[in-house]
Design a binder for this molecule. Structure first.
Ligand code: CAA
Length: 380
């Protein structure tokens, strides 16, 4: 076992940290309040290679490994988890899928600009009545010669308002259940594609989330990813990697909460001394640090397995399950350490809690992660 990062991994982490502190942090409070999408930041992230980190350079990406991606995601999410999820969806859910199952033409048309950050992607699986039970797709794609005609609605779509490429799961053969679901790559300007109002969210407010509808949308069969009927498998495998991204996002929030609590506890005085002198505070900080490190080890392990082309879906589910819980707990404890100051906007810890909660919900709730893990444990 080697716990050392390579020089390249350290350089990527440091670049992400500098970028986050210099380019993202200055506007993060205002964007959270106004729920504003970080257009300029996302554009610059593309130039730095953060939007297609694991895609090979010949397809417009940076060609880094998953460990580097985890390190960069944590640094960026530590400063702004909204930017973290925009990055994670583009990298893990959209670029990964096209790289793995796309034809040369699809890679040229969609992957190259997505990985280079010139276009933004979104992943359309969830529906009003198909969230955790993702097999129940009501969006229908009916064959019409060389085309498919799509009708249906997707819900809770991260990047939905501002995406250029929609990675869409739809039922092409209802009779076949999940084996009759296919994936389509759809341009934003395709007639029949509409987005709903931007959701007014508790946290990650500067990322945009909305519904996406398809009304008699006509898409050529060349825009089917993989083959017809592969869509559920594509969605599941893509989400395995997505869970590493969300675990890393949660790590960033958990680490930010810890650092804020340490800093404040050294400044704030009570009983004639900094509150960091109190064992009640010291024990909280110790638990926060231990938990975030445990979650980081698990997240890095899942990334390592993915890089080694070994099965990693159980570890990715464990990483997301633990890291999301630690993010919520660390944010709560950071607020507790700050006392009343933690409950108002003057300090960032109230945002950390608002941002943390979604990591227990999207890309598979904590309950779904437990299903994924227990199925592996109980497999004959
Ligand atoms: N990896 C690879 N394949 C998988 C898989 C995984 N993790 N989970 C299931 N599959 C495959 C199975 O092997 C099976 O295929 P075969 O028959 O060929 O073997 C097929 O998928 C069906 O599997 P199940 O019978 O296990 O399906 P199920 O309905 O019992 O349960 C589930 C599957 C795990 C509950 C799944 O539905 C699931 O993960 N649900 C959560 C969905 C989710 O994460 N949604 C997030 C929305 S996207 C989002 O949040 C994005 C955003 O914008 C931020």
């Amino acid at each position: 076992m080697d716990f050392n990062f390579t020089e390249e991994q350290i350089a990527i982490r440091d670049t992400a940290k500098d970028f986050a502190e210099n380019e993202i942090a200055p506007s993060s409070v205002e964007r959270d309040i106004k729920a504003e999408f970080p257009f300029e930041i996302v554009k610059k992230m593309g130039e730095y290679g953060f939007m297609g980190m694991m895609v090979p350079p010949e397809w417009g990406g940076a060609g880094f490994d998953t460990i580097s991606y985890v390190l960069a995601m944590e640094e960026i999410s530590k400063v702004d988890a909204s930017v973290g999820v925009i990055m994670s969806v583009n990298n893990s859910l959209v670029c990964y899928g096209i790289e793995k199952w796309g034809t040369e033409e699809q890679k040229e048309r969609f992957l190259k600009p997505l990985a280079a950050g010139q276009l933004l992607g979104c992943f359309c699986l969830s529906e009003p009545e198909a969230g955790s039970d993702a097999t129940q797709q009501r969006t229908i794609a009916e064959k019409d010669g060389d085309y498919f005609i799509l009708n249906g609605i997707k819900n809770w779509i991260t990047n939905g308002k501002n995406a250029d490429v929609y990675f869409v799961m739809a039922a092409t053969d209802k009779e076949k259940g999940y084996k009759g679901i296919s994936t389509f790559l759809i341009d934003k300007d395709t007639p029949g594609l509409d987005t709903g109002v931007k959701e007014d969210k508790l946290g990650i407010r500067s990322s945009d989330t909305c519904s996406v509808s398809f009304t008699n949308l006509k898409v050529h069969k060349d825009q089917v990813l993989g083959s017809e009927g592969m869509g559920f498998k594509i969605a599941m495998e893509t989400l395995n990697g997505g869970r590493i991204g969300i675990a890393s996002q949660a790590l960033g929030i958990a680490q930010a909460s810890l650092e804020a609590a340490v800093k404040y506890s050294k400044q704030r005085k009570a009983f004639n001394a900094p509150i960091s002198n109190l064992q009640a505070i010291q024990f909280k900080l110790s638990d926060m640090a231990t938990n975030v490190d445990a979650a980081r080890m698990l997240t890095l392990k899942s990334a390592y397995l993915k890089d080694q082309h070994k099965p990693y879906h159980k570890e990715a589910a464990m990483a997301k399950l633990l890291a999301s819980k630690v993010a919520v707990n660390n944010a709560l404890e950071a607020i507790q350490v700050h006392g009343g100051y933690g409950y108002v906007r003057e300090y960032l810890v109230e945002r950390y809690l608002r941002d943390a909660k979604i990591t227990e919900i999207y890309e598979g709730t904590s309950e779904i992660q437990r299903i994924v893990i227990s199925r592996e444990l109980l497999r004959d």
